[in-house]
Design a protein around this ligand. Structure first.
Ligand code: GLP
Length: 260
């Protein structure tokens, strides 16, 4: 696992957007897995700026969703489908036809989960999966004690995650209890995992993910099992890493031709 400590969220966004631009230059129809929440927004802003300001062509890119609330009405502005369309797909000049995600309003949720896992595989698999991290160490909506081999399925949110996400809703009661999430086993099938974490509030979760044991109680620690995982953190999120100096030195000495 590579750990990159950047000065701030904007620098993390720029670094990751550059890696995505490189990927889309090598493979124009790459399947890009995106995450929601506040953390990845600087990535999407930096990528959209590259599309506007350079000759980067993303017109053949494909975008897929990591997770979704269950039970929000279709088109709800805080459904992750709406969020990804608004924050990623539209700013990149793409349309819904380039996008795939699980159906959180399906009558048969189990069938929708199974269908999404199959659709990802049929699409050739995810080339680069962006991840944020919950304060309890979750990735996607894989809450603590999720099976490290799990597939896309329904999960119940912890109260802590519902409280963390209540800022996107009018009040806590509106935050759904149930969600669909790519499983940890599903996420680990992506060719490259890139997790961005910023702010002091993520420092404990980052330290456990990077320097703790692989454990279902810290779902993000499963990244240690992936052959190509990159964790990008700002100084605040890195503040509890014991090996921070080593990670800084490794990054500083990295050959310029080698990307993340
Ligand atoms: C939600 C999402 C995660 C995201 C997390 C952290 O739970 N399902 O994918 O990583 O929130 O969000 P934020 O980046 O806003 O802290």
């Amino acid at each position: 696992m590579e750990i990159v400590i950047v000065p701030d969220a904007a620098a993390g966004g720029e670094l990751i957007a550059t890696a995505i631009a490189d990927l889309l230059t090598r493979k124009p129809d790459a399947l890009l897995g995106v995450a929601t929440g506040s953390t990845p927004l600087p990535i999407y802003e930096a990528l959209a700026a590259k599309v506007r300001g350079t000759d980067l062509d993303v017109s053949r890119a494909r975008i897929c969703q990591l997770d979704e609330y269950v039970g929000l009405p279709k088109g709800h502005p805080e459904s992750y489908r709406s969020v990804v369309l608004r924050e990623v797909v539209e700013p990149l000049g793409l349309t819904e036809s380039s996008f795939m995600g699980p159906d959180g309003s399906a009558d048969d949720i189990a069938a929708a989960c199974f269908a999404y896992d199959r659709a990802l595989a049929a699409a050739g698999g995810v080339d680069l999966q962006l991840l944020g991290i919950g304060t309890d160490g979750h990735i996607g909506f894989n809450e603590p004690c999720s099976s490290l081999a799990s597939r896309t399925r329904i999960k119940t949110l912890t109260e802590r995650t519902r409280v963390d996400n209540a800022r996107f809703f009018d009040n806590l009661d509106e935050v759904p209890h149930h969600v669909i999430t790519q499983g940890i086993g599903t996420i680990l099938e992506a060719r490259h995992l890139v997790l961005l974490a910023t702010g002091e509030g993520k420092a404990d979760a980052v330290a456990l993910t990077v320097e703790g044991p692989v454990s279902a109680v810290v779902p993000a620690s499963a990244l240690q099992l992936h052959p190509h995982a990159t964790v990008v953190v700002d100084e605040a999120a890195a503040s509890r890493l014991k090996l921070a100096d080593y990670f800084r030195a490794t990054w500083a000495a990295k050959p310029s031709w080698q990307s993340i």
